[in-house]
Design a protein around this ligand. Sequence first.
Ligand SMILES: NC(=O)c1ccc[n+]([C@@H]2O[C@H](COP(=O)([O-])OP(=O)(O)OC[C@H]3O[C@@H](n4cnc5c(N)ncnc54)[C@H](O)[C@@H]3O)[C@@H](O)[C@H]2O)c1
Ligand SMILES: [Zn+2]
Ligand SMILES: [Zn+2]
Length: 341
Amino acid sequence: MKMKAAFVTDVGKVSIEEIERPSIRDDEVLIRVRTVGVCGSDLHLFRGTHAFRKPPAILGHEIAGDVVEIGKDVRDIRLGDRVTVEPQYGCRECDFCRQGLVNLCSSKVVPGTAKWIGVFVQYFNAPEKTVYKLNDAVSYEMGTMIEPLAVAVRALRRATVKEKDCVVILGAGTIGLLCLVVAKHLGYRKIVCTDTARFNLDMAIKSGATLALDPLETDVVDAVKKLTGGKGADLALVAAGAANILDQASACVRKHGEIGVIAMITEKIPFYSYQIVFNEQTMYGSMTYATNDFREAADMINSGLDLTDFITQTMDIDHTQEGLDILSQKKEDVVKVMIEL
Ligand SMILES: NC(=O)c1ccc[n+]([C@@H]2O[C@H](COP(=O)([O-])OP(=O)(O)OC[C@H]3O[C@@H](n4cnc5c(N)ncnc54)[C@H](O)[C@@H]3O)[C@@H](O)[C@H]2O)c1
Ligand SMILES: [Zn+2]
Ligand SMILES: [Zn+2]
C-alpha cells in the first residue's frame, strides 16, 4: 500500500511523493502518524550544512500517532495505543549502549537514514523498545514535544553544579525555551534567556524567565553579573549559534561554573580558553538524550506539562516546504512548527 512522504530532494527543496508503506519486523509496530514536529536540527540537511548527511532524505524525528499494526513479538504495546517514539536505537553491545548511552553508540540507527525512514510520512515503523505510550489526556502535539523536551532534560541533567541560583540560556528557540521549562522544573531560581528575536524574548518571559535579553541591545554578561551580585551564573546553556556565543557563555558563568553546549555549530568559531582556565570552569557537550532522559521527558508530559504555547504554526504534510522555510528563514514569529496528518 502507498503513502505520502515529504522528501527533501535538494538543498531548500521539498517534494511530496507516493512511496510504499513500511512493513514491520516481528519486534516492531506500525504507527499511523498524527503529528510531526519540524526541528532546528532538520534544517542542517535542508540548508545543505549538515556535517555528513545530504539530500535526498525524508526528514523528521518528532512524532506522535496511533498504533495500527503490531509484530508477533511485541509484548506491551497494543493496537490503538497513542504513542510517541524515541527516535534512536543502539547496537546494545558497545560500551555506551551497555551504560544506557544510546546517543553515543557509533552504530545507532536514527530516522531519515538508509536503515530507518524519516517521520514526514503517513505510516512509520518503530521497534517496540523505542515506543512510549501517551496518556489519554495528552494531545498528539504534546506527545510530539517529548523528543525536543528530552534534549533539554539531558542538557540540564548533564550539569553537575549543585547550586541552582542562576542559569543563563543563550538562544530562546524551541530548545532554549524547553531548557527554561526544565530549569524551572529543577528549581533554578533565576533564569536568564537571550535571543535576537522579540517574539522569542516575550515567549521566554511568558514562560517564567527572570530576564530576557537581546544580546545586540544589552550587555548580557553585565546583566547576569548584576542579577547575581557580581558572582555570575552557576550554569550557562548554549542553544544558539553565533561567533561570540562560547565566550559569552563563559563570561556569564561564575568560577567553578559550567557551560553546556547544545547548539550544533558546525563551523569553527573563536574561543578564549583562558577564561575557562582562570575560572576553573567546565564545558560539556550534550547530544540528544539517553533513554533515561527521554523517559523523564515522557513522564513530564504524561503528568500534564503543557507546552501548547510553543506551537506557533500547524499545517498539513503538503505544506512541509512552507514549514521548513518558516523555521529556516524566520519569516514569521515561530517556535515550533507542527505538521498534522
Ligand atoms: N545537541 C542536540 O542534541 C540538539 C538537539 C536539537 C537541536 N540542537 C541544536 O540546538 C540549536 C537550537 O535549536 P532550536 O531548535 O531551538 O533552533 P531555533 O532556530 O528554533 O532557535 C535558535 C534561536 O537562537 C536565536 N539566536 C540567534 N542568534 C542568537 C544570538 N547571538 N544570541 C542568542 N540567541 C540567538 C534565534 O533567534 C532562535 O530563536 C540548533 O543549533 C540545533 O541544531 C541540538
Ligand atoms: Zn528534534
Ligand atoms: Zn552501541
